[in-house]
Write a protein of this length. Structure first.
Length: 276
């Protein structure tokens, strides 16, 4: 199975613990897919600063193909993360990416060799999505974004993920059906400690209760879920088995800080002033 994460990357800064971790949905999914045995790659832009170098080193150590990574002199994206007693996160002082990836013909040729490309609403590739979907199936993380944002993009998406921890069961089922009708044959709604729902291959709705666990940090759990689901489906598992495996894998991802490890001290970034 070949998977590529496209677009967003970030360094998550945990000031209360004095540590930082690499992350970003595209990177998280690429790393977890590699750990699950996929040939994994990442295409995106990294800053020529300590944050960008931290992400590059972590992905490289995980065996992710970085041959199509670009570099910029602008600062890499970062965010402060505070974790409450339940393991839920509060984000502050977000430093957004300064540039969106502009895919070349060589990039599109590279992506065409993948079974799926994972990207999302933070990656700033909406205007290129039709071109990407023409050469490779797209997994797109819509997260909390509303229907007006999602609807025009869904015709280009094969695997759509939404985050709706507060919505009712009926509203989540309605979202699954609406997204399928709009063009995405596979749709997932993650609901935090209320479990998840999925409509796989356009038919039966699967519902998965949250698996009890000792939660340390929920950051990146949804991306771990997505990675396992994509790997399982591309490997030919049926929808219910793939969905169950994804829920179990995401649960285990909540047992430590950071999206996929590779902890470093805050001093690595020289950002102590922002954390005071």
């Amino acid at each position: 199975m070949r998977l590529c994460g496209l677009g967003d990357n970030i360094v998550d800064i945990y000031p209360d613990q004095g540590v930082v971790y690499p992350g970003g949905s595209a990177c998280n999914v690429a790393v977890h897919a590699a750990r699950l045995g996929a040939d994994s790659a990442y295409v995106g832009i990294l800053g020529r600063d300590p944050a960008g170098r931290l992400i590059h080193s972590a992905l490289q150590n995980e065996g992710v193909d970085l041959s199509r990574v670009s570099w910029t002199d602008a600062p890499n994206s970062t965010v402060l993360v505070h974790v409450d007693e339940s393991g839920n996160r509060v984000f502050t002082d977000y430093q957004p990416p300064t540039a969106a990836p502009t895919l070349s013909e060589e990039d599109l040729n590279f992506l065409s060799g993948m079974q799926v490309v994972h990207t999302g609403h933070v990656s700033l590739v909406e205007d290129q999505l039709a071109h990407i979907a023409h050469v490779v199936p797209v997994s797109f993380d819509f997260s909390y974004r509303d229907w007006d944002y999602a609807q025009p993009l869904l015709p280009y998406v094969t695997y759509a993920t939404f985050s709706r921890p507060l919505d009712s069961d009926d509203d989540c089922r309605a979202l699954l059906r609406a997204a399928r009708k709009a063009g995405a044959p596979n749709v997932v709604v993650t609901r935090g400690d209320r479990g998840s729902m999925a409509l796989i291959n356009g038919y039966e709705i699967h519902e998965q209760a949250a698996i009890p666990t000792q939660v340390i940090d929920t950051l990146g759990a949804g991306d771990a879920f997505t990675a396992q689901l994509l790997v399982a489906l591309c490997d030919g598992l049926d929808g219910s088995e793939a969905f169950a495996r994804a829920a179990d894998y995401a649960t285990r991802a909540c047992s430590s800080l950071g999206a996929f490890g590779h902890e470093a001290p805050i001093s690595t970034l020289g950002v102590e002033e922002r954390t005071r």
